[in-house]
Unconditional design. Structure first.
Lengths: 114, 114
């Protein structure tokens, strides 16, 4: 069965510092990987995805993520955090298979202090 | 409309009552998904509709939960004989037909069972 894990419930960083939000996955085939963000009192928004190709994927708001097949990870990164990045972040996975919905992790709360 | 619309935004119901939650996807989106977001549980997949295919109901937690999608557009999630553990935010998302395109989420319905 496919699954995705976000090992940290919360990540705290100071504004201007780099940030990493971790995600690992478990699938039996080639994964499709996604990151979504949920700002307070708003719906989830798509950030970026990895389907195939370059392992480093760039997305919205200056975020990027690196697909690492050997470590089965897809960590979200940003070189310089902003206070406005504070939100709940979800990693999601789907096996390259038609008719399958995304499986989401439990989410990681990112708190950026000024 | 421009986005995924869900109604009501908030619903308080008494234990044992039935509730209906509505989702109006983006026009032209063939895929529609229901998820449940509970504190500490992340996003839990419930059901997935894709075009005229039989829905994937594998995530429905019990036979008290059902969903339908009429005319390939609006979807209704019904919870019968609600229980307190059903309290959560119910999120609907739609996409152009594949998860690789990314989902567009609605703002959700916050259900409280008292």
């Amino acid at each position: 069965a496919q699954s995705v894990a976000q090992p940290e419930d919360q990540v705290n960083v100071a504004e201007g510092n780099p940030l990493t939000v971790k995600c690992t996955y478990s699938v039996s085939g080639n994964p499709y990987l996604f990151w979504y963000v949920q700002y307070p009192n708003r719906g989830l928004q798509f950030l970026l995805k990895y389907i195939t190709g370059d392992n480093l994927v760039k997305g919205s708001y200056g975020f990027e993520a690196e697909f690492n097949k050997s470590q089965t990870s897809f960590h979200l990164k940003k070189p310089s955090a902003l206070v406005s990045d504070s939100a709940l972040y979800f990693c999601a996975v789907r096996v390259n298979q038609a008719g399958t919905a995304l499986i989401f992790g439990k989410g990681t709360t990112l708190s950026v202090s000024s | 409309g421009a986005g995924v619309s869900q109604s009501p935004s908030n619903k308080v119901t008494e234990k044992g009552k039935d509730v209906e939650l509505r989702c109006d996807p983006i026009s032209g989106h063939t895929a529609l998904y229901w998820y449940r977001q509970s504190l500490g549980q992340g996003l839990e997949f419930l059901i997935y509709f894709q075009g005229n295919s039989a829905p994937d109901k594998s995530g429905l937690p019990s036979d008290r939960f059902s969903a339908e999608r009429t005319g390939g557009s609006v979807s209704t999630l019904t919870i019968q004989r609600t229980q307190q553990e059903d309290s959560a935010v119910y999120l609907c998302a739609s996409s152009l037909g594949g998860t690789e395109r990314g989902y567009t989420f609605g703002s959700g319905t916050r259900l409280t069972v008292v």
